[in-house]
Unconditional design. Structure first.
Length: 293
């Protein structure tokens, strides 16, 4: 899309309305993000990108709807998608606008309870009936019978191989991850049914709404082990102890969960190695050695 005017026309057409203003909001990371006001004063949130893999916004929209159907967490409503190739026009995703405010005093407690409800709703399988993306990395969701199989085959192996091939991890990391993955059945904890995961739950993907209540955005959703979301939340911080206490009260964690945090942080760390280079490599190697022996 060549200009804000082009974006305004395309969004107006998608919403069957006239666009009154387009204001870039920033902070979108991979996408450019805008606050677009439609006739009547309704504001919407628009993400747009020109060089993403086809299907990225469709996958995000499906993830938001999959989370929304549980009524366990607040997520923005999907209003329109344009995700096909069409000349010089960019793909875009239109969502409801979330008026943000300071977090309420019980924001973290609400988030912990909401997340526990989300995880309890469950998922049909470890995986999903479609692949999606974490950031701009395609995320394979081929279902597996066990969590250990899924975590090894669809999460750790593809990114470890990619990082080694790109020389972002040393060649010895390949055998290190082979040893680790062979031990996963005894490392992943007691058997649990698949939980419905947000999949990319760092602080930047949790907003505080007009009343300070938590909203979740930018999912990379799939059916997996619930400790994955919690480990991601602890990786870069930003969530208070009251959040995890409220979660554990609503949906107590299995014995040994504290010893598995670094195991489940390996995947987001590998994502960061692939996205940003070798700065995260030492953390990956250290965690993998801890569990591979």
């Amino acid at each position: 899309m060549s200009s804000a005017n082009d974006l305004a026309v395309a969004v107006g057409d998608a919403l069957s309305g006239d666009v009154m203003s387009v204001v870039e909001t920033g902070g979108g990371g991979i996408s450019a993000t805008y606050r677009v006001t439609i006739d009547g004063g309704r504001a919407v949130f628009v993400k747009t990108i020109s060089d993403a893999s086809p299907g990225m916004y469709t996958a995000e929209a499906e993830g938001l709807r999959w989370l929304a159907e549980t009524r366990a967490v607040r997520v923005p409503e999907v209003l329109a998608i344009k995700d096909e190739d069409s000349g010089l026009e960019r793909r875009f995703l239109v969502l409801t606008w979330i008026d943000q405010h300071l977090p309420a005093p019980d924001h973290d407690e609400q988030l912990g309870r909401d997340l526990a409800r989300l995880h309890r709703t469950g998922a049909p399988v470890f995986g999903l009936d479609r692949d999606n993306f974490i950031a701009d990395i395609r995320q394979s969701n081929t279902p597996h019978d066990t969590w250990a199989e899924f975590y090894a085959s669809e999460r750790l192996a593809p990114l470890a191989r990619r990082a080694v091939d790109a020389a972002l991890l040393p060649p010895t990391a390949a055998s290190l991850f082979e040893r680790l993955m062979s031990k996963l059945p005894e490392l992943v904890g007691p058997p649990e049914s698949p939980a419905r995961l947000h999949g990319d739950l760092w602080r930047g993907n949790v907003l505080a709404g007009l009343r300070g209540e938590p909203w979740l955005v930018d999912p990379a959703a799939y059916g997996g082990h619930r400790e994955m979301d919690l480990a991601m939340m602890k990786l870069f911080g930003g969530f208070g102890d009251t959040c995890f206490a409220a979660y554990d009260e609503a949906f107590p964690l299995a014995d040994g969960h504290a010893d598995r945090v670094a195991l489940y942080q390996l995947y987001p760390l590998l994502v960061h190695v692939v996205l940003f280079g070798g700065g995260y490599a030492s953390s990956v190697i250290q965690a993998a050695r801890r569990y591979a022996g």
